[in-house]
Write a protein that binds this ligand. Sequence first.
Ligand SMILES: Cc1ncc(C[n+]2csc(CCOP(=O)(O)OP(=O)(O)O)c2C)c(N)n1
Ligand SMILES: [Mg+2]
Length: 297
Amino acid sequence: MRTSPRTGCWIPPTWSSPSAMTQLNIRPPSGIERIRANLFTSTFLPADFDNSYRPYVELTGDIAQTLNALSPQLKRSRRSALSSSILEAIAAERTQLSRDSGLRGGLPIHPLRLVFELQQLLSTDLTLCLDMGSFHLWIARHLYSFKARQVLITNGQQTLGVALPWAIAASIVRPADKVLSISGDGGFLFSAMELETAVRLKANIVHMVWIDGTYDMVAAQEKLKYGRTSGIDFGPVDVVKYAEAFGAKGLMIRTPDEITPVLKRAFDLPGPVIVGVHVDYRDNVKLFEMVNEASIH
Ligand SMILES: Cc1ncc(C[n+]2csc(CCOP(=O)(O)OP(=O)(O)O)c2C)c(N)n1
Ligand SMILES: [Mg+2]
């Protein structure tokens, strides 16, 4: 075991072979009898710590091996009544939200309706690459994927403009997969010139642009911090004409009922396809309601 210099947490050594595994001995460091961990993290790489994410115990290594090593030490074999009731309440809430989202009409299109339609499209042979922005918060919170490395997210450093280049890379690494990348209209313009690369490589990708004419996530943070916005408006940009100027295809989703058919059509077309959609961001203020103040920078 070694102790994290950042947190004082103890960390078992990274292990990669079964023999190293047998040496694993999950015990608290000397002086501590029992671990009362609020948050465990088990990852291949050391976790990124920040104000809102401070795991007490960090287990670095193969996640399956970690769980296999820990499981025999569990005393309780059944879920407690409290855990079950919490999980049931969460599941019921998710089902209700999904049902309501599927029925959302109106223009521009509400983010939850987009997420609902994306959830139906998220087959196991689809890789989803996400840029950063308010659109990403809606997706990260409400779209569920249960396949490792299916959804690539720009967390931590929050690098704007990564989605399109990631999609090009994903189409090379996973040629049999469908590849969908999504950005806001601002993030799209951070790397939109890479459409030339995508066309030249004949990359079979669909890149969706959520259009609202602002850097909305920056606007939301400015409002919370300074009480007003500054320098966040731009456009309008015609993403269909932009795509065509590069020799790519461009499609627009104009109504909620068009979301799935237009995306399906885009996947059927060869080469890169840009799909634009105007979004209703009136509920975005809710995205920040439960955010820790210290993380608004
Ligand atoms: C390279 C880089 N520059 C600036 C930022 C700060 N930033 C985070 S989100 C964002 C706005 C994103 O706007 P848009 O892509 O239109 O998405 P929206 O929030 O409107 O959904 C900006 C400028 C960043 N994350 N990365
Ligand atoms: Mg935007």
